[in-house]
Ligand binder design. Structure first.
Ligand code: HXC
Length: 520
């Protein structure tokens, strides 16, 4: 016979876990899983330790005394994900739309504190109608405290937000302060103000998904780093992402042997860069051939595709990959790609992930829209991020490395440890045609016909190319450490990674400071 007290405990637990069957049915009908179902998919069986299951809100007004549920609309705890610990926070839309009141927020803040104390990642599954309207300023206080914890955790433990339902109003700022945001395709949206307010203020007619759906945030705003087909896929993405990351900033990233030969040379690499410098190629082909086969995990693939960022394994070690992609806009650095690169470099540096940069860029993008949009300010972020990063920084210059973009993309001058160039590298202040237009301006002006001018320009440009647009001038100064055949890239990068893995920051004497002021 079971003791009475144990019987009560069992009933309470069962009540908390059961939830409201009608609301659960509605949740399923929308194509969404419940908070507990999501956690079950995410954590290894038998590892989840839930706390604060009996927390209830304290509100009494607006009928709140009659609307109480154990747990207050959020499940918090820790568990193991593929054998490694993490704190998990999952909002429960089936109780008051997952809205956030005082105690709901207090649970989240406590879970984040536990993650910081233990030094483990935070995974936050968002599904909420935002501030619980009935709780007024107590709900706002709750958000404020969560944002504060997001900032305290920033750069200390990895923070991953999945938006799996509504995320409206100030609620968007917790994901925005986290390191990675994953959104589900047909079931999530995030915006500061919804369609009705937009209509009232600006007169624009827009629905929830066109305003703040996954596609918009993954392609245009840059808010979402990854898009998932559904809840299940979102959980898989979280697991994959975590597999590249250390638990905290004091730990080395995971080492997972892949069986790929460290001496493997890929002769195809010798032919990736087209002979005609005006022709493009897709940098993914280079990345796929250099890193351990099948390990490249791209982040923000659809936002600013002229830059490619992501994680990969190199001889089993987790590394960050940053690359220009000539296949989009010729690989220029513009406002969006600068933001994309800079933030990623900062993340990688915080979490001890070596940065491997592949360069083929004609420079920063010219134009009124870019200048007025602040390319100076945004472009400066790339310089800031690379200069500040103290992790091993290895750079491969494949082809164009012109002007400011040469400096920005992991150059020796911003502290790169080892710079490799392919014989196809063109390192110069600007592209040959642009340079010829300036150096030989007078000679070009004397041309009698446009055809003659074009002919002359071609001649001067080729003269310039021969003299400057190659890797040997930079190599003669030591700005490039080695010039190699492209097929040698993998074995050399592995050797350089092994050599610099134990890097201690000795190049610069860093003056102690509270923090720098990046051009945000
Ligand atoms: C209290 C809420 C709520 C909220 C939803 N609910 N949002 N209760 N506070 N913010 C309740 C609903 O009343 C409903 O209760 C239940 O949750 C499910 O909601 P439904 O509307 O039936 O679901 P659905 O049709 O899927 O619509 C979901 C929704 C919609 C799009 C999220 O509920 C909605 O627009 N809610 C309000 C969103 C909002 O304006 N939030 C405040 C943002 S301002 P019943 O009893 O019917 O089950 C903000 C400021 C924070 O967050 C600032 C921080 C800095």
């Amino acid at each position: 016979m079971v003791r009475k007290e144990i019987e009560i405990l069992r009933k309470l637990r069962e009540q908390a876990i059961r939830g409201d069957p009608a609301a659960i049915e509605k949740q399923h009908a929308k194509g969404k899983l419940t908070a507990r179902e999501r956690i079950e998919l995410l954590v290894d069986p038998g590892t989840f330790v839930e706390f604060d299951m009996f927390v209830k809100h304290r509100a009494t007004e607006f009928g709140m005394d009659k609307r109480v549920a154990l747990g207050d609309g959020v499940v918090t705890g820790w568990g193991k994900i593929n054998g490694r610990p993490a704190v998990v926070i999952a909002q429960d839309f089936t109780f008051m739309g997952g809205s956030l009141g005082e105690m709901h927020a207090a649970k989240i803040v406590k879970a984040m504190q536990y993650a910081l104390e233990a030094g483990v990642p935070i995974v936050f599954l968002n599904d909420s109608g935002g501030a619980r309207i009935q709780e007024g300023v107590d709900a706002l206080k709750g958000y404020g405290e969560i944002f504060y914890m997001n900032v305290m955790a920033s750069g200390v433990v990895p923070q991953i937000a999945a938006i799996m339902g509504p995320c409206a109003g100030g609620a968007v700022y917790s994901p925005a302060l986290m390191d990675f945001v994953i959104m589900t395709k047909r079931t999530s949206f995030a915006f500061i103000t919804g369609p009705r307010v937009v209509k009232a203020v600006t007169g624009e007619d827009v629905d929830e998904f066109s305003l703040g759906g996954a596609e918009v945030h993954a392609t245009r705003s840059g808010v979402a780093h990854l898009v998932a087909e559904d809840d299940k896929h979102a959980i898989e993405l979280i697991k994959t992402l975590l597999s590249y990351l250390p638990l905290n900033n004091a730990e080395d990233p995971p080492y997972i042997p892949t069986g790929d030969d460290p001496e493997r040379r890929d002769p195809e690499l010798d032919n990736v860069v087209p002979e005609d410098p005006a022709k493009v190629y897709d940098v993914h082909e280079v990345i796929e051939r250099v890193f351990d086969t099948g390990t490249f995990f791209e982040i923000m693939p659809h936002f600013a595709p002229n830059a490619v960022i992501g994680f990969a394994r190199l001889n089993g070690r987790s590394v960050c990959v940053v690359a220009n992609n000539p296949a989009h806009l010729g690989g220029v650095l513009d406002i969006d790609s600068s933001d994309k690169i800079a933030r990623f470099v900062m993340f990688c540096d915080s979490f001890n992930l070596p940065i491997i940069t592949f360069v083929d860029t004609p420079g920063y993008l010219p134009g009124v829209a870019q200048e007025h949009g602040g390319i100076i300010r945004h472009g400066a972020k790339v310089l800031y991020a690379y200069s500040e990063a103290t992790v091993p920084k290895l750079t491969v210059i494949m082809r164009k490395a012109y002007g400011g973009a040469y400096i920005a993309m992991g150059s020796k001058h911003l502290g790169a440890d080892f710079v490799i160039a392919w014989p196809t590298a063109e390192i110069a202040v600007m592209g040959p045609e642009g340079a010829a237009e300036i150096i030989w301006r007078k000679e070009l002006a004397q041309a009698k016909t446009p055809e003659e001018r074009a002919e002359l320009l071609k001649k001067f440009a080729s003269e310039y190319r021969e003299k400057f647009a190659n890797p040997y001038v930079a190599a003669s100064r030591g700005y490039v450490d080695v010039v190699i055949e492209p097929s040698e890239t993998r074995p050399l990068l592995i050797k350089a990674l092994e050599f610099f893995y134990t890097k201690r920051e000795v190049r610069n004497i860093r003056i102690p400071k509270k923090h720098g002021i990046p051009p945000v």
